[in-house]
Write a protein that binds this ligand. Structure first.
Ligand code: GKE
Length: 356
């Protein structure tokens, strides 16, 4: 019902903010948006929602968040790209407190439906040893050998969702997100994932005139990257569905990181010297999503082409970067350069096309 109170946790984050926007577009009138971050750090915030800055590691805050809610979308987690999760394994595992307390609160508050955002990081590392590995099927999470820290927490929390459904009747739904990217995603500071990181690095290279880019690893590892609009569409289809087990929510357009860089270079109209850093965090060798189960249940799968999503993402990061220059913030990763005059660096955006 559009008059239901809907709770979105992690609402100050990238995907959470897009989810709140989508629920508003669908006509939900009572949305409670919760995040641990102070409002000024939220990716998107909507005056029409009830916005709360709460630490949901704490049980009493989860009860406050869930009180009166009919639907809960639990997207709250301490996470990021490989640069973050490889160096913060314990912190990532503590997100188990959020899902545990949110499940307890949902049960106590009579929540009807509960969505949990899991991750492709739950998959057995042995199935991701080759760049050309076949797409991961849901059963490939077992026997379990998840990504250290973050992946194990996600796998454990998936199972807790299942047992809260089987033992207590809480209707839980779980989707395994495969590397989501798009506007409003983190693009610097260390938590960014590859698509946003590469966009930022290309923009920095153009701005500085130093036409080179550092790529983590060899550039030959493979991933699929799902545009955020597909992620939101998928959440909207999975939540009311009868899909009881965890299901992939990811693109099956497999690319190497080198191919990702080439697409962004083509969008930016530049060619850069590639400097590979094998010491940087790399994650699994290859990962793709097998969408057989998703198609069988929903007759749908993510389909926004990477080139199309990257063009929108690049243009958005370019604007954010230019805004930052206008505010006088130092150029990221440009060493000791003094604050630059934005005008001299940022030619007027072309009248048409996908940004600079
Ligand atoms: N973040 C980043 N930044 N990755 C880079 C960069 C860079 O500048 N240059 C190359 N890469 C390479 C990484 O070494 C890795 O091999 C690949 O891009 C993807 O890195 P990523 O986007 O940070 O994260 P992963 O796909 O390895 O893992 C992420 O998977 C998600 C689910 O699919 C996790 O970090 C979580 O964000 C999440 O579980």
């Amino acid at each position: 019902m559009k008059s239901d109170l809907v709770l979105v946790t992690g609402a100050g984050g990238f995907i959470g903010g897009h989810l709140v926007a989508d629920l508003r577009r669908q006509g939900y009138r009572f949305i409670r948006a919760v995040d641990i971050k102070p409002f000024e750090d939220w990716c998107q915030i909507f005056s029409g929602a009830e916005n709360l800055s709460l630490d949901l590691n704490l049980r009493e805050n989860c009860l406050r968040a869930a009180r009166g809610a009919r639907q809960v979308y639990n997207l709250a987690a301490n996470m990021g790209g490989m640069g973050f999760i490889e160096n913060n394994k314990a912190l990532c595992m503590l997100s188990v407190l959020i899902n545990t307390h949110m499940l307890q609160a949902a049960l106590e508050c009579g929540v009807e439906r509960y969505f949990y955002s899991s991750s492709a990081c739950v998959y057995n590392a042995e199935k991701q040893k080759r760049p050309d590995c076949p797409g991961l099927k849901e059963e490939d999470a077992y026997p379990a050998m998840a990504e250290d820290g973050y992946g194990w927490e996600k796998l454990f929390s998936e199972r807790m969702c299942r047992h809260f459904r089987e033992d207590f009747g809480l209707q839980t739904r779980v989707a395994r997100f495969h590397n989501v990217y798009g506007p409003f995603g983190t693009w610097d500071g260390g938590r960014e994932k590859a698509p946003a990181a590469i966009c930022r690095k290309v923009i920095e290279a153009k701005a500085s005139g130093r036409l080179e880019i550092e790529i983590w690893g060899t550039g030959e590892r493979t991933r699929s990257f799902m545009y955020v609009d597909d992620c939101i569409t998928g959440i909207g289809k999975i939540m009311p569905s009868a899909i009881l087990e965890p299901v992939n929510l990811g693109s099956n357009e497999l690319v190497t990181i080198n191919q990702l860089v080439s697409i962004v270079e083509e969008i930016a109209g530049v060619r850069l010297k590639r400097i590979y850093n094998p010491a940087a965090p790399q994650g699994v060798t290859g990962r793709n999503s097998d969408n057989t189960l998703l198609r069988r249940h929903l007759n749908w799968e993510p389909g926004i082409p990477l080139r199309e999503g990257l063009a929108k993402t690049y243009a958005w990061i370019y604007d954010e970067f230019a805004k930052r220059q206008r505010l006088g913030a130092p150029l990221i990763a440009l060493g000791s350069r003094s604050r630059c005059d934005t005008q001299s660096l940022w030619p007027a955006a072309p009248a048409s096309g996908s940004g600079p």
